[in-house]
Ligand binder design. Sequence first.
Ligand SMILES: NC(=O)c1ccc[n+]([C@@H]2O[C@H](COP(=O)([O-])OP(=O)(O)OC[C@H]3O[C@@H](n4cnc5c(N)ncnc54)[C@H](O)[C@@H]3O)[C@@H](O)[C@H]2O)c1
Length: 461
Amino acid sequence: MPVPGPGYSITIRVDAPPSAGVAGDLTSAVGRAGGVITAFDVVDSHTDSVVIDITCNALSADHARDITDAVGALDGVHVRKVSDRTFLVHLGGKIEISAKVALRNRDDLSRAYTPGVARICQAIADNPEDARRLTIKRNTVAVVTDGSAVLGLGNIGPAAALPVMEGKAALFKKFAGVDAWPVCLDTQDTEEIIRTVELIACVYGGINLEDIAAPRCFEIERRLREKLDIPVFHDDQHGTAIVVVAALRNALRVVGKSMAEAKIVVCGVGAAGSAIIRLLLQRSPADIIAVDVDGIVHGGRGDTDANLRWVASNTNRDGRTGRLHDALVGADVFIGVSAPNLFGAEQVATMADKAIVFALANPDPEIDPLEAQKHAAVVATGRSDYPNQINNVLAFPGVFRGLLDAQAHSITDAMLLAAADAIADVVDGDKLNPSFIVPSVFDAAVAPAVAEAVRKVAGSQ
Ligand SMILES: NC(=O)c1ccc[n+]([C@@H]2O[C@H](COP(=O)([O-])OP(=O)(O)OC[C@H]3O[C@@H](n4cnc5c(N)ncnc54)[C@H](O)[C@@H]3O)[C@@H](O)[C@H]2O)c1
């Protein structure tokens, strides 16, 4: 199912004989090994040899080694070095600070720094609200993690989480002009995280919590929302929920069903699943059945976790019990944010007519999308190599742009729903089809539309 992608892209530099057939031999070797060539450059030439850079996509680090071995095994070919292009992108980090003011002479210095800056400090001391007008606070967001649930890698700690947080900061800047900065905390103690964020919050106009494991993430967000006068948004929860609600609205339009008649199975009741359920409930679907690793969530399970208890009492109207396969029978919609390879085409066949399947577990979805397509009318995944990618980047840049512009002190469900509608509306009726229910992450219309929607709701509150 997976195809070689740019995440495992390598450049192999080889010395090769200057024969007429060398290009064919090299490209065939890469192709036979399953690599996909994206560039082929002769970088130097001598009478008895040529130096060639072959750039290709692989499936994995092991696959990249197999491709390199296949190239090196050709007669007269010597592999000089292999560069991993993903590592090259990360050398020295991905973001930097740059000054917005010129510092050319003593005059500039006197205004941007001492002695002039003292008057600005005094103004803020006299009127703390001026911090939003006179400092970076008005456009700056902290991307806070404890490194406990990073991508599909799990609890890898704060330093190893930094490349993800840098990437997030880069996306904030690229898509919405927001200055975001990674704050990777070397603690996984709930109280320490809350206290630390509280202590640094004065610098920021918003807090984006990121890759903090459930159930700790729920309490951290709730308590910080109570304590701080700036919006606190756990992207793994609400960014996902916004995009899922947007995608579902359009998928239902494609199949001609309404939310009020939709029976929805949400598999995974962790950070993402819980937030999806809470936001979907605001749209009053016919029913939601939540499923986790222990099966269908219902009141009789005796769950002690507060989140699961809330889900049990707000979903599953008919008190159904059993496993995921039981929940799927007759369901209009499956939304998976759980684990890979949980079911196959035969279970999709038991769903209602024109079923919708969002299999979002990363990197491997709950069902192979090609299997799902055999019976489902609309299929979405979290992957970039399939249509209908459910990606949080559609939401968080615009959400924070809107919050910062409105100088919002908090974030509400009404803003999340407005953001979801704005994303859904970017896909015009004449573009909508089973393979296009959400806009591309590169659609420049998305972030401004989301920002405008959030700003409007924030302004009316
Ligand atoms: N945009 C996206 O595509 C997107 C966004 C968020 C999360 N995700 C993916 O969703 C998954 C869950 O993320 P999370 O942060 O909510 O994780 P989490 O650890 O907080 O929750 C995982 C949930 O899945 C359930 N689960 C695990 N194995 C299961 C099984 N075999 N059957 C049924 N349920 C099972 C667990 O009980 C738990 O409720 C991950 O794969 C993540 O990458 C994708």
